[in-house]
Design a protein around this ligand. Structure first.
Ligand SMILES: NC(=O)c1ccc[n+]([C@@H]2O[C@H](COP(=O)([O-])OP(=O)(O)OC[C@H]3O[C@@H](n4cnc5c(N)ncnc54)[C@H](OP(=O)(O)O)[C@@H]3O)[C@@H](O)[C@H]2O)c1
Length: 261
């Protein structure tokens, strides 16, 4: 079986200023990859670069807003200045929204879909020509268990992750005759800044953060899935239980989520 190899790989990791994305970038740099690390907070990216200075790979900070089409093109231009090929694109940047749909604004839906769906999809469109010239490239989309099963209080977020899930499945099939693999990674609750910056309605404050995975563990498992060129992984026993219960016995999942979700 062909494996994806990080040594000397040219990669893009979005959302690299904190949480899962920061860990992904740091771990890939330790394995010898060059990472164009994308997020809005420039100082965080510079800190990541400094922390990874001794690693065999390299971090190249790229600060900007992924919802801006001009910035997305600048990311691709920057990669092209390093290498004619792109070996890995990790679409990780994302934001949450917590609280009932009926209490939320239309702007919340727009913002979540812009960051979690339109930005990664359009960045991928721009990246495809460079992925096509790599030998075993991977597009890794960081989705969520909530891209498999909807839960109350996170309707817009679930919708955005279902959209990424469906698009990933379709793109994987479209690219099946090429060398490009599409890997969908679905973490459960992870201890990051995600909940601090989620767009919340008032009644939603502080109903979050039960048991959480570490960003380092999520990143490790995502990189393993990339190396094995897996189609899809669901992380954590609770996440797997929810996804498979929903597939096998949706009526029971509906009842449990309505009661305890
Ligand atoms: N935490 C969880 O419980 C959990 C569970 C399942 C799935 N996930 C998914 O995992 C991914 C990473 O989340 P995380 O937990 O690591 O959250 P996080 O710590 O809040 O990281 C989110 C990253 O996205 C970046 N970002 C957000 N909006 C952006 C924009 N408009 N342009 C550029 N960068 C932007 C942020 O950087 P700046 O603010 O510097 O721009 C940050 O680096 C997300 O897709 C999330 O949906 C998270």
């Amino acid at each position: 079986m062909v494996r994806w190899r990080p040594a000397d790989a040219t990669t893009i990791v979005t959302g690299a200023s904190s949480g899962i994305g920061r860990e992904l970038a740091a771990q890939l740099a330790r394995r010898g990859a060059t990472i164009v690390a994308v997020a809005r907070r420039a100082e965080r990216l510079q800190q990541l670069q400094a922390d990874a200075a001794a690693a065999p790979g390299a971090i190249i900070p790229m600060a900007g807003d992924l919802t801006d089409p001009t910035f997305r093109q600048q990311i691709i231009d920057r990669v092209q200045s390093i290498s004619p090929r792109l070996d890995l694109l990790v679409n990780n940047a994302g934001i949450g929204g917590i609280g009932p749909f009926a209490e939320a604004t239309p702007q919340r839906l727009r913002q979540i879909m812009e960051v979690n769906f339109f930005a990664p999809v359009e960045l991928t469109r721009l990246a495809l020509p460079m992925l096509r010239v790599a030998s075993h490239p991977v597009i890794c989309n960081i989705s969520s268990v909530l891209g498999h099963r909807g839960v109350p209080g996170k309707s817009e977020y679930c919708a955005s992750k279902f959209a990424i899930h469906g698009w990933s499945d379709a793109l994987r099939a479209e690219l099946a005759s090429s060398a490009i693999q599409v890997t969908l990674v679905s973490p459960s609750t992870t201890a990051s800044e995600f909940f601090d910056v989620a767009i919340e309605t008032e009644s939603a404050q502080s109903q979050h953060r039960r048991s959480a995975m570490s960003p380092a563990s999520v990143a490790r498992q995502a990189i393993r899935a990339i190396e094995k060129r897996r189609d899809e992984i669901v992380l954590s026993p609770g996440g797997k239980l929810l996804v498979y219960l929903d597939r096998c016995c949706p009526w029971l999942a509906n009842r449990l989520i309505a009661r305890f979700g």
